[in-house]
Design a protein around this ligand. Structure first.
Ligand SMILES: O=C(O)CCC(=O)C(=O)O
Ligand SMILES: [Fe+2]
Length: 398
């Protein structure tokens, strides 16, 4: 599909552009996979985010690779459209999802002292209004267009100043996902410098073989509470909840009965459970299991065809194991209905209830390993050039 650039009258008064089909279906789905398996609770109520520095901090630096060509293309387009070639730096890159209850009133994106460096914004829509979520329309206060209906693959670019005051309606259902970037003319706010330094510290001393297994951040970063301002004990762990809405339970393998610290629990090996079936396959921690399940959702039927399944071992869950699962669930998912309201997808197909089969998960384990090891190889090949230039870009390796 080729992109279509939509420009509007009074460009000088309201510098903005929409590009339809800027991202491919594959790019949207890959970023959705990364977000749903790596996000943390965000900076505002009912918002979740995945930043590049968070990916590095959780041993998932390789997930930066799919962002790189997209960032390059976005920066080129912003510079071309707003006529500032070679002048911009990327200030922030992040995947941001909003679920039921999230909204933002009229604002410009540079409206706080600590945001003054933001000169341009690019918001890419990764899923669809009406299908994946309801509510969440984008509005400009003045000029054309007055509203934007988010559609996967489209991007809106605008200056961050008060010529582009905008708002987003409250999400009423589902989860609205975007890739948001801000650009600055001020090189001291270049996020690449910071990211390259983090990558260097994280990757240089690591054993390549296990460098792609995820490592959870502190547990409060995954704790959703209805009232985020207070240290509310009600709510849920978002990793557990994302698996729960897809029909899975988590069995924590080592004896965790005396474990009171949730952070410790998140670091333990886990197994996946569905109904009274336990898959006889250990994942290093809950994030690892979450990645496999979302990888399976992403790849779907494409997985089964090229992997032969001979050793799918499923055992019956014992009463003792069920008791332990329920005990942990009452702690980590103490508001079950809230979790469903926040994460339940609008389409039951995506919730994985149709044609569920353990062989899909087993196939996903092998295919995921192949996928992440290739990304890891890429990051090790490109990092020396990034270090040299203090910039993250698509290195053409001859
Ligand atoms: O997600 C959108 O459509 C815009 C979000 C926004 O305005 C912001 O994060 O400042
Ligand atoms: Fe905004």
């Amino acid at each position: 599909m080729s992109e279509e650039v939509v420009v509007f009258e009074e460009q000088h008064k309201h510098p903005r552009v929409i590009i339809r089909d800027f991202l491919s279906f594959h790019e949207c789905k890959e970023l959705e996979f990364i977000h749903k398996s790596s996000s943390t609770v965000g900076y505002r109520p009912n918002v979740f985010s995945t930043t590049l520095s968070h990916l590095i901090a959780t041993n998932s630096s390789h997930f930066i690779i799919p962002f790189i060509p997209i960032r390059d293309r976005l920066k080129d387009k912003v510079e071309e459209f707003f006529k500032c070639e070679f002048e911009l730096f990327i200030e922030f890159t992040g995947l941001i999802s909003w679920s039921r209850g999230a909204s933002i009133g009229w604002h410009s994106d540079d409206n706080r002292p600590y945001l003054e460096q933001r000169h341009f914004a690019a918001v890419c829509y990764l899923n669809n209004y009406g299908k994946d979520f309801n509510g969440g329309l984008f509005h400009f206060h003045d000029g054309e267009p007055t509203s934007i209906i988010p559609m996967a693959g489209d991007v809106v670019m605008y200056t961050s100043d008060n010529r582009n005051i905008h708002s987003v309606d409250e999400i009423t259902d589902g989860e609205r996902l975007t890739l948001a970037l801000w650009f600055s003319r001020d090189g001291s706010h270049d996020e690449d410098v910071k990211l390259v330094s983090l990558l260097s510290q994280n990757l240089l001393h690591k054993n390549k073989a296990d460098s792609y297994l995820p490592l959870p951040a502190s547990s409060n970063m995954y704790w959703f509470s209805p009232d985020q301002a207070s240290d509310n004990q009600f709510g849920f762990n978002i990793c557990w909840a994302r698996l729960h809405v897809l029909g899975y339970d988590i069995y924590i393998c080592q004896d965790s009965s005396c474990e009171s610290d949730v952070s410790e629990l998140l670091l333990k090996p886990v197994r996946l459970v569905r109904g009274n079936e336990l898959l006889d396959q250990e994942f290093v921690n809950i994030l690892h299991a979450l990645q496999i399940v979302h990888f399976c959702c992403w790849k779907g039927s494409a997985l089964q065809t090229d992997v032969s399944i001979t050793d799918t071992k499923v055992v019956k869950l014992s009463d003792e194991q069920r008791k332990r699962i329920n005990g942990l669930k009452s702690e980590l998912l103490n508001d079950h209905n809230l979790a469903l309201r926040v994460f339940r997808s609008k389409t039951s197909e995506e919730n994985g209830y149709i044609c569920f089969d353990w062989t899909g998960i087993v196939a996903a384990v092998a295919a995921w390993e192949d996928y992440v090891s290739k990304l890891t190889e890429q990051i090790h090949l490109q990092l020396p050039s990034w270090r040299m230039h203090e910039s993250i870009y698509d290195v053409q390796l001859g």
